[in-house]
Design a protein around this ligand. Structure first.
Ligand code: AQP
Length: 336
């Protein structure tokens, strides 16, 4: 039986935060023992919004350092950056020609990210899902861990694979990728606004816990986190319309690998200052060692670039073989 292959990526758009960790990287670490995993720093996705070139370069290394510091093995997994493997861009162009404009227009993430100024958004932001489909299918990955926000893009990847297999009469050439959805993976919300997700690009640093934040800063950010005037309920129904309260309790549950019901049983009737001090303690215990390791790894740029080179070689080998077959199927020839 063919080994199941996982692909996932993280954009080097800034310092990784608790949302990236609990929502993605912690799960990547679990998956590395069950699947063949390819973890990519998706720098080409990052430039769909303008990035400062110097900052982008250092963010790429910092993302790799964050992967390794969080426990991703450089032996078990292929870790590399997207721009190093040209076949991602080549297949993305092909998918721009397979995918339909109507499909793109339905993508809700574009609408959210472009906001009211749609006409001024980059074309790259619009066709971002085609590049994401190329990232996955260039390796014929069979499984992708996704959060709620990426489900629609994965559905599109399945549609593109089906259309390609059908248009070029190559049944089963691209696998119909399966989402790996875990109900225990939270969507971590901003510490300032429980209706907005925790995000690297949020203007307020107080909206997120960065993996490199130190003990004092974590304490301060949690202390300042928005809550409400009521005490903590004992039942989930008591969290209706209390997004900020629910967020802090969900983070606590996730980081302690338990569930919201259990946390509400323990904290029901108590005030938020009690929850906040326990929450700070657990975050510090989990995140600070990772942050220290990131800082240490960042001092050894050579080591980080060696990881990327090694990963690139492995990824490029698979991608080159597949792009050759794809060109053949389409009738394209590289006269080299
Ligand atoms: N708040 C979050 N809660 C749970 N999961 C999250 N992820 C991101 N934010 C949260 C997951 O982390 C992985 C990598 O995300 P990404 O960096 O590629 O893109 P993003 O989702 O756009 O992350 P940010 O932090 O919000 O970046 P910016 O501000 O640049 O857009 C993904 O699996 C994502 O689901």
């Amino acid at each position: 039986m063919k080994k199941k292959r996982v692909f996932s990526g993280v954009q080097p758009t800034g310092n990784l935060h608790l949302g990236n960790y609990l929502g993605a990287i912690d799960n990547f670490v679990n998956l590395q023992n069950k699947f063949e995993c390819i973890y990519c720093v998706v720098d080409l996705h990052a430039i769909t919004n303008h990035q400062d070139p110097k900052q982008l370069k250092s963010n790429i290394l910092e993302t790799v350092a964050s992967f390794v510091a969080s426990g991703l093995s450089t032996e078990k997994n292929i870790i590399f950056n997207q721009a190093s493997v040209a076949a991602h861009s080549e297949l993305a162009w092909i998918f721009n020609c397979v995918s339909r404009i109507g499909w793109m227009n339905r993508m809700t993430q574009f609408k959210e990210k472009a906001g009211s100024n749609k006409e001024n958004a980059s074309v790259g932001l619009l066709v971002y899902p085609n590049l994401m489909a190329a990232d996955i299918l260039i390796y014929k990955a069979t499984h992708v861990p996704v959060g709620e926000d990426q489900k629609q893009h994965l559905e599109l990847t399945r549609d593109i694979a089906k259309k390609f297999n059908n248009d070029f009469k190559c049944k089963d050439f691209f696998p119909i990728v399966e989402p790996l959805i875990s109900k225990d993976i939270p969507r971590v919300m901003s510490l300032r606004n429980g209706k907005k997700k925790m995000s690297k690009s949020d203007d307020s640093d107080y909206s997120r816990i960065n993996l490199k934040d130190d003990k004092d800063l974590i304490n301060l950010k949690i202390k300042k986190a928005t809550t409400d005037a009521d005490s903590i309920p004992s039942e989930i129904s008591g969290l209706k319309d209390r997004a900020e309260a629910k967020n802090l309790l969900s983070i606590y549950a996730s980081i302690n690998k338990t569930n919201l019901e259990k946390v509400l049983k323990d904290f029901g009737g108590k005030n938020f200052s009690t929850l906040k001090s326990s929450l700070s303690e657990t975050i510090i215990e989990k995140i600070c060692p990772i942050g220290k390791e990131i800082t240490k790894l960042l001092q050894d740029e050579k080591y980080l670039t060696t990881i990327l080179k090694k990963g690139t070689n492995k990824a490029d080998l698979i991608a080159k073989e597949n792009i050759k077959e794809i060109y053949n199927l389409i009738g394209l020839t590289k006269f080299t």
